[in-house]
Design a protein around this ligand. Structure first.
Ligand code: EPZ
Length: 424
């Protein structure tokens, strides 16, 4: 089991290149199940979650092959329609195979994803929408078993703009008969990327409203065309590195990002006094020149402040000599980085879904434990600014969503080493 050893405080410099988006690639790869003919990708990120969904897809019979920097996928007619507990338990996004399996194969048996560290994460919104489209669904013995004589387009209004439910329903609508309307749909850039991938795969497919709260899909029949798709850059990784530049008061340049995807992060950062130079596909952080004052944030669905950047932002707030309040409105248990930050000398109090930060006291290095992906990133950021050695344990959490995070920070001049440690 790997740990990261960080010797802080670190000053960073230079450039870092952002990888493709985990949260765009995962639904798109689930959508490969709709594609009988080969589809290829040129920039899939090297992440544990990508390996996990590839294992799941190949276990189901999807043909996956590599050719240089291309990865080819093909889902023949004899794909099995069952996703086992062994693989689904490793990554709850596996539930995204439900919509495409039902749409193309008219049946699916997928293990319930179960909760995770940050919350119970039910899938009731997914299932209600699929039932409205003509699926018969039963949930028993830890599995979702669904079948249909053929999905039919429906007008589905989501009680909450669930990202995963929107993605499952968009994919279910592809071969559904007639028009599907998803109201109160999630508006994340990853939804737009999924719709762009599906439109590129099925020339007759008409999808309108991607990125808005109303998506309309006219179902089709027929096979996909072969093409090569480029997944969008990871906006959460980009935001993480912006914050790394600020928390270490360094000047760094974040390359291969789409600044329009993270305006809900760059705007509060600029209001706090962060000096940013925003280009078309890069953002320069001038941390040395930034005199930061704190701000309060509340997470909410896109385009509001993203819950996936809350932990990293909270680490930054501990480095500012003021009081601030962070409210997490999406997940019920997404403050597991707080006790670990307090062990590094931070002064953060929790009241339900609110964290009150009294910043300014310099952090000191300590052994800390990863619990979930973004909390772990927050601990790395804290380690970069803390004085002394921080040992970040259970780095596999980070490797789920950050490609070679140690190498990327080494490239920026950080004193960070990955060490393989025996299981405790
Ligand atoms: C996606 O999760 C992301 N994961 C999450 O990123 C992200 O935090 C989340 O969207 C919110 O932006 C992927 O894209 C793979 P939701 P998802 O359905 O689809 C409740 C990361 O760190 N809900 O929008 O699971 C749910 O409990 C991960 O990269 C229901 O109640 O998010 C939660 O409170 C973490 N019923 C809220 O909605 C449902 O049927 C948001 O969930 C579905 C969701």
């Amino acid at each position: 089991m790997d740990s990261l050893f960080i010797k802080g405080p670190c000053r960073l410099s230079g450039e870092v290149t952002i990888s493709s988006s985990k949260n765009a690639a995962l639904p798109i790869l689930a959508g490969v199940l709709l594609c009988k003919n080969k589809v290829s990708f040129d920039t899939l990120p090297g992440l544990r979650d990508i390996n996990t969904i590839n294992s799941l897809l190949s276990e189901m019979g999807v043909k996956i092959s590599k050719e240089g920097n291309l990865t080819h996928y093909e889902a023949p007619d004899n794909v099995t329609t069952e996703a086992s507990y062994e693989l689904v338990k490793k990554m709850r996004a596996s539930i995204l195979v439900l919509g495409p399996l039902l749409s193309r194969f008219k049946k699916a048996k997928v293990s319930l994803p179960g909760g995770c560290a940050i919350g119970t994460r039910p899938i009731d919104i997914h299932l209600q929408g699929l039932e409205q489209m003509g699926a018969q669904i039963k949930v028993e013995k830890g599995y979702v078993e669904a079948e249909t004589s053929g999905l039919v387009g429906a007008k589905v209004s989501l009680p909450f703009p669930s990202v995963g439910a929107t993605e499952n329903l968009v994919m279910a609508a592809v071969f559904a008969k007639g028009e599907t309307t998803i109201e109160n749909a999630a508006k994340e850039p990853e939804i737009v990327d999924l719709c762009d991938f599906l439109s590129a795969s099925f020339s007759q497919l008409e999808i309108s409203g991607a990125g808005t709260d109303k998506i309309v899909i006219n179902g089709i029949t027929g096979e996909n065309i072969s093409h090569t798709y480029t997944v969008i850059p990871d906006r959460i990784e980009a935001a993480t590195f912006l914050i790394a530049g600020l928390i270490t008061r360094s000047n760094i340049k974040v390359l291969n990002c789409n600044p329009t995807h993270i305006e809900s992060v760059t705007k509060p950062l600029e209001e706090m006094g962060a000096k940013l130079v925003i280009g078309e596909n890069f953002i320069e952080v001038q941390g040395e020149e930034s005199n930061l004052v704190s701000t309060d944030i509340e997470t909410a669905p896109y385009p509001a402040f993203p819950t996936d950047v809350q932990a990293q932002f909270l680490s930054l707030l501990t480095s500012i000599n003021e009081k601030s309040v962070v409210t997490e409105s999406i997940f019920e248990n997404r403050f597991m980085h707080v006790p670990e930050l307090n062990r590094m000398g931070a002064d953060i109090k929790l009241q339900g879904r609110t964290a009150i930060i009294k910043g300014g006291k310099p952090l000191t290095g300590a052994p800390v434990m990863c619990t979930d992906l973004r909390a772990s990133a927050a601990l790395v950021l804290a380690g970069l600014t803390a004085s002394g050695e921080t040992r970040v344990q259970r780095v596999y959490h980070i490797d789920r969503g950050y490609e070679s995070i140690d190498k990327k920070f080494q490239g920026l001049g950080a004193n960070i080493e990955r060490v393989n440690e025996p299981m405790e």
